[in-house]
Design a protein around this ligand. Structure first.
Ligand SMILES: [Mg+2]
Length: 223
């Protein structure tokens, strides 16, 4: 009896500890149903539409802001995330049933065959044509550089000022912390970051951008 009570106390305690919030009152919805919803979101075209709508408003804003900034002689820059922002890994995500297996993911990145997210590429093209500085800040690692840059070039992202890869050395560094720090340094160098486009909150929080544009991504979370 004592043992059983102890287990119950432990279970509740663990639920609080691990989730960082109270235990759920009922069994969570089955994962398969959630996967089905994601599939509908993709197959119905809703995901693509949502991406296009965010990119379209970014493009309108960026075009106007560049004209205004260049008239004033400002040192303008734009920041893009890579995965699910400029490149689409949807084929990989669906192939792997929404699972993340590091080795399989690394293999996919090394293949370098992720297609461009075309509506975002239009924003990129606007920035390139206007000759403002384009920065990619990615959670991809230095080891992914060659395949990533080849992939970007092959799908039409053929120029940039710099790509910042997340360092492997600092395991305590969050993606949000890393990305904020890069934007802070760029700002310190005199760049006016007019827009920051990403699919994760961790791409966009922390400031150092006049405007942020959040693309949808219900498939995975990067903190
Ligand atoms: Mg991303």
């Amino acid at each position: 009896m004592f043992k059983r009570t102890l287990w119950a106390v432990l279970a509740v305690g663990l639920a609080f500890t691990f989730a960082g919030r109270p235990a759920l009152a009922s069994e969570p919805a089955n994962l398969s149903y959630h996967k089905q919803d994601l599939r509908v979101y993709v197959d119905s075209g809703e995901y693509a539409q949502s991406v296009a709508s965010v990119a379209l408003s970014a493009n309108k804003y960026v075009a106007k802001r560049i004209a205004r900034g260049q008239a004033k002689g400002e040192k303008l820059a734009i920041v893009f995330d890579i995965d699910e922002t400029t490149l689409s890994n949807l084929a990989h995500i669906l192939e792997n049933d929404y699972g993340y297996v590091p080795k399989v993911w690394d293999g996919w990145v090394a293949e370098g065959r992720a297609p461009a997210i075309v509506p975002v590429q239009i924003v990129y093209d606007t920035a390139v044509r206007a000759k403002i500085d384009v920065f990619f800040i990615t959670g991809r690692r230095e080891a992914d550089r060659r395949a990533t840059e080849k992939n970007l070039r092959e799908v039409g992202y053929d120029t940039w000022t710099k790509i910042f890869y997340k360092p492997e050395t600092d395991i305590m560094l969050t993606t949000a912390g890393f990305k904020t720090e890069v934007r802070r340094k760029l700002t310190k160098e005199g760049y006016v970051i007019i827009a920051n486009l990403g699919d994760q909150d961790s791409d966009l929080t922390g400031g150092y951008a006049e405007r942020v544009f959040k693309l949808p991504n219900p498939f995975y979370l990067v903190k």
